[in-house]
Design a protein around this ligand. Structure first.
Ligand code: PAF
Length: 282
């Protein structure tokens, strides 16, 4: 099993992807922060279906964490990540240091609007999408892929990145990949590792409630009533709810009528110290 090349400098990255492009290969990028789970591996499989060469970036991006958040404790599982990517025959792992990504004097930041100001994640993590948009723009300019894969679990992030690539004319197709779930429905996430056994047993309530609320809305219940019932169900299970919202699936604008076109139901809630997010199509 050939190990993927691990590249840590921008100059070496450019030489490698430059050679691929000269040989006529198209390239897919899977941006990650490591701590890879089956959801990430599905992004890699989809990338391989779309492109001749696949690069996976592993970079825990300090710019998207607020000072009180979990940057220091974010799970880091380098050896198992590399082994999993080797099994999938990824071509390259792009693993820059924070100093390579943000050298001394770094002073440019993207401040996304539109879906980044939808009043969902941004209302609770105001620094987050600026950090994500900045690092994703840098990753896209560094690797210059034709395709970049993002999980639908971070649905607002997917919309923000898609709008950013379009608005900045970055020539890449952003591909959203459906959420991978554990057998009991919990959306896969690197942060699930923080859950205690008791919390892990309760965590699938989030997905169950999303499904219940979606079926109430589809069967014609008033949106506000369905959301209030869903919120109580999640709170009864022990979560502190940040939001449970029905939104337009394209613009993320609030939706009041169950007869609206394509809709998405999105939730974020804290269970103990762990904040979980999830969403489903309605
Ligand atoms: O979804 C993530 O893991 C991160 O937000 C991303 C897209 C890799 C940017 O750091």
């Amino acid at each position: 099993m050939a190990k993927p090349a691990v590249i840590r400098s921008i100059s070496s990255l450019r030489r490698t992807v430059g050679r691929w492009r000269q040989a006529g290969a198209n390239i897919a990028l899977v941006p990650t922060m490591g701590a890879l789970h089956a959801g990430h591996l599905e992004l890699v499989r989809q990338a391989k279906r779309n492109a001749d060469r696949v690069a996976v970036s592993i970079f825990v991006n300090p710019a998207q964490f607020a000072p009180h958040e979990d940057l220091a404790s974010y799970p880091r599982t380098w050896k198992t990540d590399v082994a999993a990517l080797a099994r999938l025959q990824v071509d390259l792992i792009w693993a820059p240091s924070p100093a390579e990504m943000y050298p001394d004097g770094f002073a440019a930041r993207i401040e996304p609007e539109g879906p980044a100001k939808a009043g969902l994640e941004d209302a609770f993590r105001p620094h987050f999408f600026g950090g994500v948009a900045t690092v994703v723009a840098k990753l896209l300019l560094q690797v210059e892929p034709q395709f970049a894969m993002f999980g639908e679990k971070d649905f607002q992030q997917l919309k923000v990145v898609t709008a950013m690539a379009r608005d900045l004319n970055i020539p890449v197709k952003i591909i959203g990949v459906p959420t991978m779930r554990e057998r009991d429905g919990l959306a896969m996430s690197s942060r699930n590792a923080y859950l205690s056994p008791n919390e892990r047993a309760v965590a699938p309530t989030l997905y169950r409630t999303l499904k219940d609320s979606a079926s109430r809305i589809k069967s014609g219940d008033a949106v506000a009533a369905a959301l209030a019932a869903g919120r109580s169900e999640i709170e009864r299970a022990g979560f502190v709810v940040d939001y449970l919202e029905l939104r337009d699936a394209t613009t993320l604008a609030p939706v009041a009528s169950p007869k609206h076109g394509k809709m998405r139901l999105l939730v974020a809630a804290k269970l103990g110290r762990t904040r979980l997010i999830d969403n489903i199509k309605v």
